[in-house]
Write a protein that binds this ligand. Structure first.
Ligand code: GDP
Length: 179
């Protein structure tokens, strides 16, 4: 089955320093390994790439939002209106970023009141075990409250990062197929 023409727009949301840029680099890096010249980095904020999920190609545009706290709320909110799906990142070593993820989830609900917007809550930096401030069960409980999927990742170790990208594509496909 062919994918519909336009790529899925996946947005990285989260506090500053949680690993959004690291996620975007891993995603962008796949363009080389797949011998594709589709990947375009536009000021580090956007990258389009073709990835294979469950044996089927998917065209994904990844949008990296910049630090909300450094200006206004506007940039992330702007992305909330245009994205098809969201990876909501926090760092397991930074409780404030976990709280920020909750705030962003609430804001997201305001912009995307329709149900079934694909969202994955991502607890990044799980390699930093001794600096952990947010437990796995807290992350999982938060995701349950927010009615979204949950995964812990380490961008530094490239652990579970592709699982997160693949997971969001699977959710987008489910939504597409149920329409
Ligand atoms: P952003 O502000 O959300 O874009 O965060 P960055 O991607 O710039 O990451 C902030 C810092 O955390 C950088 O020094 C990264 O190298 C580091 N970092 C990102 N992800 C991980 C991770 O999974 N583990 C570790 N140990 N460091 C990470």
């Amino acid at each position: 089955a062919a994918e519909p023409g336009s790529p899925y727009r996946v947005v990285l949301l989260g506090a500053s320093g949680v690993g959004k840029t690291a996620f975007a680099s891993i995603f962008a890096g796949a363009a080389d390994s797949m011998d594709s010249d589709d990947c375009e980095l536009c000021g580090d904020e956007m990258c389009e790439n073709m990835i294979e999920v469950d044996g089927e190609p998917a065209s994904v545009t990844l949008l990296d939002t910049w630090d909300a706290e450094y200006d206004s709320e506007w940039p992330q909110e702007c992305y909330m209106q245009t994205g098809d799906a969201f990876l909501l990142l926090y760092s397991i070593t930074d409780r404030a970023s976990f709280l920020r993820a909750s705030e962003l989830r609430i804001t997201l609900r305001r912009f995307r009141p329709a149900q079934h917007t694909p969202i994955i809550l991502v607890g990044n930096k799980c390699d930093l075990v001794r600096r952990r401030e947010v437990s796995v069960s807290e992350g999982r409980a938060c995701a349950a409250v927010f009615d979204c999927k949950f995964i812990e990742t380490s961008a530094a170790m490239e652990h579970n990062v592709w699982e997160a990208f693949h997971g969001i594509v699977r959710q987008l496909r489910l939504r597409r197929d149920s329409k």
